[in-house]
Design a protein around this ligand. Structure first.
Ligand code: LM2
Ligand code: CA
Length: 463
């Protein structure tokens, strides 16, 4: 008999896009903790403009925790319940800017504001007026000054170098920490000088997790590398290199985790297949393409580079459409407890619920067993590709239009194994398999894969 190594708790997160706090709490308890997901990334919690589009969340009008996603009490209760379930909470901190509304208005929870005036928070002198472009809007991403001091799509740009602005932001972030939040995504971090982000986050308790969103752009002067001295960064290059081979079948193999010249070091990288912006933009593989989406997420979860963050959103036709709301504009509760996916035909507004897909749960189990050992060189076979995590797990995918056989050398023991992509986290059942079965013989794992199929076996999924 073989010894199954103890399952580690891999550091995998998930973005629950535009999900209300009461539902996030439920997901922590019913789907995220059972799947072994370590942290949840929320949508912004602060009060925002009164508008139906999802992106209203990214236009703060005050730092009250009162939004379409829920009240302060609901937020506090959610953080407690997630923490109790062992799921850390990462809040989305929109601190580069306030609203992009040129006309005065009243926010979702009643706060009055004008473009450069947020009573009790910020006044005109707290904002940049860059004076570098006709409208004060960013025009040239090759110009550092413009990117950081001008306005991103008319959003009133905070003077984040100002000590009073920093103090106001720090007070807001500390308020979230007082409710149990473990860290922050720094929204639009590229638009805030790294020195300013550092000055702000260095005033937070030691150990607060910081994940800066710095979208890498060819030829741009501001790079993610500037933000790694005080935290992690979202590495956009990962998906840009992961997904084209899924469409053209030409895999290049990064054998070592740090063999990715265009990317930050593995410890600093948060990696993803898509997020709420890229699924509406640059991502070429999203939940709209279920087979390739499973393949992409499976490869990411089997990989040895970075900290993966999954993405759980909702189907849409209109890129601006918000999640479904009630008559008061509150986002409706939704549960993924009974979801089974992937499925190609979600109605607009329906949640993708990736955290409940057997394939994703199976790959989280795979990572728990095999995620700590070296990633071995990849094997190509036509449009199929696969690799081993040394002695512990093997993954193989077929991105072509024809059935494909692929043989991956492995030091795992010979025998019959249950596939966790079709069989899920508990793939081995009563001497049989919940999904497909594959075998290892004479140190070769063999897979006959249908077009668009993936397969993964590990020491814990032996039949
Ligand atoms: C981000 N990261 O850096 C967020 O992830 C992204 O979702 C945000 O854009 C952006 N930065 C600002 O926080 C979204 C959305 C935009 C939307 C903004 C502001 O993708 O379309 O802009 O939020 O809500 C919208 C309109 C735009 C308008 C702007 C200001 O689309 O046309 O500009 O509001 O009213 C005049
Ligand atoms: Ca800025």
């Amino acid at each position: 008999s073989i010894e199954v190594p103890e399952a580690a708790a891999p550091d995998v997160g998930i973005e629950l896009f535009q999900l209300p706090w009461t539902s996030v709490a439920q997901e922590c308890e019913t789907t995220l903790a059972p799947a072994g997901i370590a942290w949840v990334l929320l949508s912004p919690a602060q009060e925002h403009i009164a508008a139906d589009e999802w992106w209203a969340s990214y236009q703060p009008v005050s730092y009250q925790l009162a939004s379409r996603l829920g009240t302060r009490d609901e937020f506090a209760d959610m953080v407690q319940r997630c923490n109790a379930a062992g799921v850390a909470v990462i809040a989305d901190a929109v601190i580069n800017h306030m609203t992009g509304q040129s006309e005065p208005g009243v926010g979702y929870a009643g706060a009055a504001y004008a473009h450069y005036d947020y009573p009790d928070l910020y006044a005109e002198s707290d904002f940049h007026h860059c004076g570098l472009t006709a409208t004060d809007d960013i025009q040239l991403y090759k110009n550092r000054e413009q990117v950081q001091n001008c306005e991103l799509v008319n959003l009133a740009d905070l003077d984040t170098a100002s000590p009073t602005v920093q103090a106001t932001i720090v007070a807001y972030l500390k308020d979230l920490i007082s409710l149990g939040v473990s860290g922050f995504r720094i929204d639009a971090a590229k638009h805030i000088p790294a020195t300013d982000v550092e000055a702000i986050v260095s005033q937070l308790p030691q150990g607060t997790r910081i994940m800066s969103e710095v979208i890498r752009g060819a030829g741009e002067p501001i790079t993610p590398d500037e933000y790694v001295t005080f935290g992690e960064v979202f590495e956009f290059t990962y998906a840009r290199e992961l997904t084209p081979p899924l469409e053209n079948g030409v895999f290049t193999d990064p054998v070592l985790s740090d063999d990715r010249p265009q990317q930050v070091s593995s410890e600093a990288a948060i990696v993803f297949v898509d997020n709420h912006d890229t699924e509406r933009g640059e991502a070429n593989v999203t939940a709209r393409d279920p087979q390739l989406y499973v393949i992409a997420n499976a490869l990411m979860l089997a990989d040895d580079y970075g900290t993966p963050v999954l993405y759980s959103g909702y189907a849409f036709t209109d890129r601006d459409a918000g999640a479904p709301t009630d008559a008061d504009g509150r986002v409706l509760e939704a549960s993924c407890a009974d979801a089974i996916g992937p499925t190609a035909d979600l109605a607009d507004g329906e949640r993708t619920c990736v955290q409940s897909w057997p394939a994703i749960r199976g790959m989280l189990a795979f990572r728990a067993i095999a995620g700590e050992v070296p990633r071995m060189p990849g094997v190509d076979s036509g449009d199929a590709y696969g690799f081993e995590r040394e002695g512990r797990g093997v993954i193989a995918v077929n991105v072509g239009d024809d059935m494909q056989r692929i043989e991956v050398p492995t030091t795992m023991p010979d025998g019959a194994y249950c596939d966790v992509i079709t069989g899920g986290a508990d793939a081995a059942v009563d001497g049989g398999c919940a999904g497909r079965e594959y075998s290892i013989s004479s140190g070769i794992a063999s897979f006959d894969l249908d077009p668009g199929a993936a397969a993964a076996i590990h020491l814990g999924s032996r039949r």
